[in-house]
Design a protein around this ligand. Structure first.
Ligand code: KG4
Ligand code: ZN
Length: 339
């Protein structure tokens, strides 16, 4: 199947073409407009999606050397995300599907982060997914394709949100996660021991205490001291966040007796996290996949890949009414009336 993936849930307009030969294009139009506000302004995000979606999809098709007539399925993010932003991608995808008689496949954004790992690896079930993005931090047990059970989640901030909020306190531009990561490479992770929320307890996460602790710590330092030790502070913050993430994943795998896992979402691009995951895999002889950098943060390829898997495992085996009853949206525009 040739799948066009479209993603517009947050501040990246993305499109990708996936065929049996693999990912042929993965185009991302990122929105710089939000930097001046230190965070995403939903209305501006939907306007920017509106401006770039057509061009982004065109570019994805032309880079892949494929025409829209040769696309068999359009996979599009149906949620979770910003309502206005989602609507732009969904409406565009629906229009294309309707016009060209192509099946439309609604994709859950969080599932897509997880199945981004299927682009480069053959996933075997069951496995545990650690999903760490700007809006979510969760541990999921995946027994079979699209059979998910959330076994741990954050009680307050998400890991990416913690990076971004702490970065804002440090004066770093949004999104601060990649900037903290870069600065941390020259710093000492043991410089300051910040709290590791709920580290000894269960599979849930908590990062708001860390944020407050960094705020109080910085209040006692002179601006020149903060500047002088910025890499050390960034490394210590990264240590606190990534250590908890890895310990919880380790605990989840132990408690559920599962020796396979994947890391997913924007924070899976973090170099300290990736190093710790490598160490854990070696130490415990477990298999943990990490997506390539291009598939960590929001992208269209993960939507296309999940669309392909949905089509293979779910849509082709159920009737539209059953899918709707399960909250899945199949728009069989390719001829059949929807029921
Ligand atoms: O998955 P994603 O692109 O969007 C959401 O679905 O939220 O994740 C974005 C989040 C942001 O909070 C960003 O700061 C964080 O991922 N992030 C990172 C890194 N790259 C992106 N955090 C830490 N280190 C990174 N290298
Ligand atoms: Zn995301």
């Amino acid at each position: 199947m040739n799948i066009l993936g479209i993603e517009s849930s947050c501040d990246d307009t993305a499109a990708s073409v996936l065929t049996e030969a693999g990912v042929l294009s993965n185009v991302i139009a990122s929105q710089s407009i939000h930097i001046q506000f230190g965070g995403i302004v939903p209305e501006l995000a939907s306007r920017a999606h509106h401006q770039s979606i057509s061009q982004t999809v065109d570019q994805a098709l032309s880079e892949a050397g494929i025409s829209i007539e040769d696309i068999d399925g359009i996979a599009v993010t149906q949620g979770p995300g910003l309502m206005g932003s989602l609507l732009v991608g969904l409406s565009f995808a629906k229009g294309l599907a309707l016009n060209y008689g192509i099946t439309l496949i609604g994709v859950n954004h969080m599932d897509a982060h997880i199945y981004a790992n299927a682009i480069e690896h053959k996933l075997e079930y069951p496995f545990i997914a650690l999903t760490v993005s700007g809006g979510h931090t969760q541990l999921t047990k995946i027994s079979a394709p699209f059979q998910h059970e959330i076994i741990g989640k954050t009680r307050d901030d998400a890991a990416g949100e913690a990076f971004d909020k702490i970065g804002k306190i440090l004066g770093l531009a949004y999104p601060a996660g990649p900037k903290i990561d870069a600065l941390a490479k020259d710093g000492n992770p043991a410089f300051k021991k910040f709290p590791q929320g709920l580290v000894h307890e269960g599979l849930d996460f908590s990062f708001s205490g860390l944020k407050t602790s960094v705020l109080y710590y910085l209040q006692d330092l002179a601006p020149y001291e903060i500047q002088q030790h910025l890499p050390d502070i960034c490394a210590s913050v990264s240590e606190a966040i990534t250590e908890v993430l890895v310990k919880k994943l380790d605990r989840a795998m132990d408690e559920h007796g599962i020796s396979r896992a994947v890391i997913a979402g924007g924070v899976s691009a973090n170099s300290m996290l990736r190093d710790k995951i490598d160490e854990l895999s070696k130490e415990k002889s477990v298999t943990i996949y990490t997506p390539s950098m291009a598939f960590c943060t929001d992208n269209g390829a993960m939507i296309a890949q999940t669309g392909a898997l949905l089509f293979q495992h779910v849509y082709s085996t159920k009737k539209p009414a059953e899918l709707l009853a399960e909250g899945l949206r199949l728009h069989p525009y390719a001829g059949q009336p929807s029921s």
